[in-house]
Write a protein that binds this ligand. Structure first.
Ligand SMILES: *Cc1c(COP(=O)(O)O)cnc(C)c1O
Length: 394
């Protein structure tokens, strides 16, 4: 018998046949170099827990102490029920860490983009957006109602051409880009983009989700990496990746941060992260300020793994960061590769449309500071074996 929901079954079947269906594994252990998945101990090659902080004793201790003192829930949105002093402390510490005037936190990096973009531009305005920007930037742009003009990926000439062709008809312009592109691992030329923003007097916003805790001195992010302190209007960030916890933020001038406190809808209409989350994030900043050891280890591990993968003959794309895409192209091949890796004890998900463009499926390996050299070698061995078996390398 047919029903009004039959279309879902049909669409699902089509997803499966095209290799776009996402099979999600269930994990029953903390995040780290090794995970327990479906009763098996496997090597973890696909989390964004860059520094291994998601299960760090200092963060756990801070979260537990916060629960003992404040309980588990925030009560309501900050605008209505008041803001916990831990959120204020986190915002002050984050601003100091990143070398900006002020910071404001949100529930996630995704929400930070939905918060910031519509508060800064509206339908009289124009957004210049890198073609490969993250979905949360794209959604934030759509929500704002501004006209969106995409420019070629990381291409400053294309950006400038787009500005010249469009700017005169609008009130304000905003340039938005990912800092590190999450599926390719390349870094936007932010210094050159800043020059363009300055020349045309545009707002400049960078989403540093994969640069936070990774790029710059001791993980201070992409603005520090390029020495652009005080020049980028809005830095969006996340505490869900290298910081090992959860949450999003915007760092920048006091004027912008205070404006977002008044006008950002996810701030006004959605509750904040819990006291335990905020306390764990503060502990992560403590660790990053105390030593660059974890960030250094991350980069050492990443260089080693990527170098060896290239030597084996894998195409690792254009990455200049610890993100290591293994370009496979075909969606079903990528799924098959991931399944064979899992059989060999390696957890590395296949990424396909809509996470990457159609025909550009890949396995994105995420190396972390938590991996030991033996872990990386075990992973390399498995990639070599499966790669030969499936005819990806010789
Ligand atoms: C992961 C990511 C986000 C989302 O961060 P969450 O804290 O997980 O919501 C936003 N922007 C970019 C560029 C990302 O890579």
């Amino acid at each position: 018998m047919s029903t009004h929901l039959d279309w879902i079954q049909e669409e699902m079947q089509a997803l499966k046949e095209a290799g776009f269906y996402k099979y999600i594994r269930t994990i029953s252990s903390p995040q780290g170099a090794w995970l327990v998945i479906e009763g098996r101990r496997v090597l973890n090659f696909c989390s964004n827990n860059y520094l291994g902080l998601a299960n760090h004793p200092r963060l756990i201790e801070a979260a537990k102490a916060a629960i003992d003192r404040y309980g588990v829930g925030p009560g309501a949105v900050r605008v209505i029920s008041g803001t916990n002093d831990l959120h204020i402390e986190l915002e002050k510490r984050m601003a100091r860490f990143k070398g900006v005037e002020a910071a404001i936190t949100f529930q996630s990096g995704f929400n930070a983009n939905l918060a910031a973009i519509p508060a800064l531009v509206g339908k009289e305005d124009l957004i210049f957006s890198d073609q490969l920007n993250h979905a949360s930037i794209i959604d934030g742009c759509r929500l704002s109602g501004a006209k969106i003009v995409p420019y070629e990926h990381c291409d400053v000439a294309s950006l400038e051409a787009a500005i010249q062709a469009n700017l005169h008809q609008y009130r304000r312009g905003l340039i938005i880009t990912d800092g590190v592109f999450s599926m390719d691992g390349d870094v936007t030329p932010l210094d050159k983009i800043y020059e363009v923003a300055k020349k045309y007097d545009l707002l400049l916003m960078v989403d540093d989700a994969h640069g936070e805790g990774v790029l710059g001195k001791g993980g201070r992010g992409i603005v520090d990496h390029f020495g652009l302190h005080g020049k980028v209007d809005v830095e969006v960030g996340t505490m869900s990746k290298a910081f090992g916890v959860v949450g999003g933020m915007v760092a920048g001038s006091t004027a912008i941060v205070e404006w977002l406190r008044q006008r950002a809808r996810p701030f006004t209409f959605s509750s904040a992260v819990t006291p335990a989350d905020a306390a764990a994030c503060i502990a992560a900043i403590d660790l990053l300020e105390a030593s660059t050891e974890l960030v250094d280890k991350l980069w050492d591990n990443a260089y080693y793994f990527k170098g060896e993968m290239k030597r084996l003959g894998f195409d690792t794309g254009f990455s200049t960061t610890p993100i290591t895409p293994i370009m496979l192209g075909d969606e079903l091949l990528a799924q098959n590769f991931s399944r064979e890796l899992f059989e060999a004890g390696i957890f590395a998900t296949a990424n396909s449309f809509p996470i990457v463009p159609k025909g550009k499926a890949r396995i994105r390996v995420m190396i972390s500071a938590a991996h030991a050299k033996e872990d990386l070698n075990k992973g390399l061995e498995a990639f070599a074996k499966v790669g030969r078996q499936l005819g990806v390398i010789r």
